[in-house]
Design a protein around this ligand. Structure first.
Ligand SMILES: Cc1cc2nc3c(=O)[nH]c(=O)nc-3n(C[C@H](O)[C@H](O)[C@H](O)COP(=O)(O)OP(=O)(O)OC[C@H]3O[C@@H](n4cnc5c(N)ncnc54)[C@H](O)[C@@H]3O)c2cc1C
Length: 365
């Protein structure tokens, strides 16, 4: 809301003699709101723990996509308004050979934004390799931000008014702080809190359990149901990282266990990890937890396959905390091997399982 309301208020305070009419004012509104939404779009997936804890990753990513589309629509409107303005260079801006640097910066940022949105939409259907797609997404987003920053710097009317200048400075500070937090502070924190591989246990032909222990620290505490990004390699600054739920009890933060299903190259590498190897975790993140649900008299969990992992952590934690509220876990799996919970659920849960073919169901406590 603030990303829209504040820029609109700022533009409303621009005195009439300082703008060239309705189209100019409208182009300023669209640019200010677009820049503010762009910053909000950037902040959402930047792993600010308060955001991931209270909003949850799914909701954050949905909002990220919606804001990106809204930003693109506003950029389109802004470009249209600038070209239509009779008091400005108008269509001459389209000829980049003679265009000023601000037009080059804006064009580069706009093209990068369009490509980024198209790649994000296409990813759902074409399913490119995730790491390549992510690298392209990060590089393009940096081009967009740099292009926008240069455009704002070279366009005098955007920051030419007191409140506008302050707002742009606030947005720039937010961007710098979030970038440092995401790409410097979080890896350094992961470096201080590294983990050692204790064991890699085969649970089924497609799933392994990876057990880690904290290396010289008491372990980063987490809530049952949360997850962390796992990084291999000697440094926490490596680009490749994958999210996995912590399946062990939150009462033992020094010991972290994840159940990993072989899907692609990274999960296959994990299956071959040797004990003693140092790894790094960025987390915990996520809002899928029973912590704080003090008014609930019991829990019903529905899971499919490896999606049972947050429930495993929750059930183990409830048991360790002597929480005697009833918990029912319903798990769907294509094969008996998919029912990972069987060997691991604690006495806190009542487990029942039904193989796919009717007539031969079993249940157990
Ligand atoms: C919050 C969360 C918790 C998860 N918890 C578990 C778990 O406990 N156990 C488990 O087996 N799997 C879990 N996953 C899925 C797991 O992250 C992917 O299976 C794994 O990253 C696949 O990587 P790959 O290289 O083996 O396969 P790839 O073939 O590279 O990827 C297969 C698919 O996994 C997704 N994916 C790959 N890399 C990432 C990434 N860095 N970030 C987000 N998605 C990615 C993409 O949709 C991709 O199409 C979780 C995913 C999320 C988002």
């Amino acid at each position: 809301m603030g990303s829209v309301a504040i820029p609109m208020w700022i533009v409303a305070t621009v005195p009439p003699e300082a703008h060239g009419g309705g189209l100019h004012l409208a182009s300023m509104v669209t640019s200010f709101v677009a820049i503010s939404l762009l910053v909000a779009t950037f902040v959402l997936p930047s792993r600010v723990r308060l955001l991931t804890l209270y909003l949850g990753v799914e909701r954050l990513l949905r909002s990220h996509r919606t804001l990106a589309l809204a930003t693109l629509a506003l950029v389109g409107a802004h470009v249209g308004l600038v070209l239509m303005r009779s008091d400005g260079p108008g269509l001459a801006l389209v000829d980049l050979r003679n265009a000023p640097p601000r037009a080059w910066a804006a064009t580069t940022a706009t093209i990068a934004l369009v490509v980024m949105v198209c790649l994000a939409i296409a990813r759902r259907k074409r399913r490119p390799r995730y790491e390549g797609w992510r690298l392209a997404h990060v590089l393009l987003s940096n081009i967009v931000l740099l292009g926008v920053a240069l455009h704002v710097f070279w366009v005098s009317d955007l920051g030419g008014h007191g409140a506008g200048q302050i707002w742009l400075a606030v947005l720039a500070d937010v961007m710098i702080a979030i970038s440092l937090h995401r790409w410097v502070w979080r890896p350094l924190r992961a470096h201080r809190n590294s983990y050692i591989v204790d064991e890699v246990r085969e649970e089924s032909p497609t799933v392994v359990t990876v057990v880690l222990h904290a290396d010289g620290h008491p372990g980063v505490s987490f809530r049952p149901g949360q997850f962390a990004w796992l990084k291999l390699g000697g440094s926490p600054f490596v680009f490749e990282e994958h999210p996995f739920t912590i399946a062990s009890a939150a009462t033992e933060p020094w010991r972290k266990e994840s159940k990993i299903k072989a899907l692609g190259d990274f999960s296959e590498i994990l299956a071959g990890l040797r004990p003693g190897r140092t790894v790094h975790l960025d987390g915990p993140h996520g809002s899928f937890t029973t912590d704080g649900l003090t008014n609930s008299s019991g829990f019903v969990f529905l899971a499919g396959g490896v999606g049972v992992t947050p429930m495993l952590s929750t059930l183990r934690t409830l048991a360790d905390r002597d929480d005697d509220r009833p918990a029912l876990l319903v798990v769907a799996g294509r094969t008996a091997d998919d029912l990972l919970h069987r060997a691991t659920t604690s006495s806190a849960a009542t487990a029942r399982w039904w193989p796919r073919r009717p007539g031969s169901w079993r249940s157990g406590e």
